[in-house]
Design a protein around this ligand. Structure first.
Ligand SMILES: [Zn+2]
Length: 218
């Protein structure tokens, strides 16, 4: 795997600190499963965080705080488990995503949301912000020029696409802030399947795409 695009350092630090949302954490954990370099960065950040905590003065805490912490750990998304889950005939999936999905890609129930674009929403915990989806875009198709109302982080699982930031292939991450606009097109012979965590719906620039947005659910 030849990964060229990685999460921002700020995203990796937020992941290490446990302050990233559930949807984005699952995308980052899935990238880490394939990216030794980012795993090293996260391990360093975790060690640094541990050193800072060790240097803090102890403070009294309320009763039950240990139980709440252990419960939160149980609910946390799968951490940086390296490795790939493979099913014959399916694109390989990073282990954290395979665990969350619970079935091979070939058994996913896709919903057609626009010509050449299909979505499948993944379950998030009650109260979790944003949306976590698998997106499959057909060869030669794209998502019209759009911006974001919040941050969006995307991991390519199979196939590839190109936008003004370059070409994105399996393992690559597009870590986009809310002020970024782009227009992507799938350039692989097979459909491009991505895992997308979005804080809020995307903002299309074109009038047709904007009018269709309530019906497409993107
Ligand atoms: Zn990386």
């Amino acid at each position: 795997m030849n990964i060229k695009h990685h999460p921002d350092d700020a995203t990796l630090l937020a992941y290490a600190a446990g302050s990233l949302g559930e949807a984005a954490s699952l995308v980052v954990a899935s990238h880490l499963a394939w990216c030794p370099g980012c795993r090293t960065t996260v391990r360093c950040a975790e060690r640094l965080g541990g050193t800072l905590i060790d240097g803090m003065q102890a403070e009294p805490v309320s009763a039950g705080v240990l139980d709440r912490c252990l419960s939160a750990l149980d609910d946390a998304p799968a951490a940086q488990t390296p490795g790939t889950h493979t099913v014959a005939g399916d694109p390989a999936l990073p282990t954290p995503l395979a665990r969350r999905l619970g079935c091979p890609i070939s058994q996913v129930r896709w919903k057609r949301v626009a010509p050449g674009i299909q979505l499948h929403d993944l379950h998030l915990s009650p109260g979790a912000r944003g949306r976590l989806s698998l997106m499959r875009v057909a060869t030669g198709r794209g998502v019209p020029e759009h911006g974001h109302s919040g941050s969006e982080i995307t991991l390519v699982l199979s196939g590839s696409y190109t936008d003004r930031f370059g070409r994105f292939q399996p393992g690559d991450i597009a870590d986009l802030d809310l002020d970024v606009e782009h227009d992507l097109r799938v350039d692989s012979a097979q459909p491009c399947i991505c895992l997308v965590a979005a804080e809020s719906p995307i903002r299309f620039k074109g009038i047709i795409a904007r009018l269709m947005q309530p019906f497409t659910g993107i």
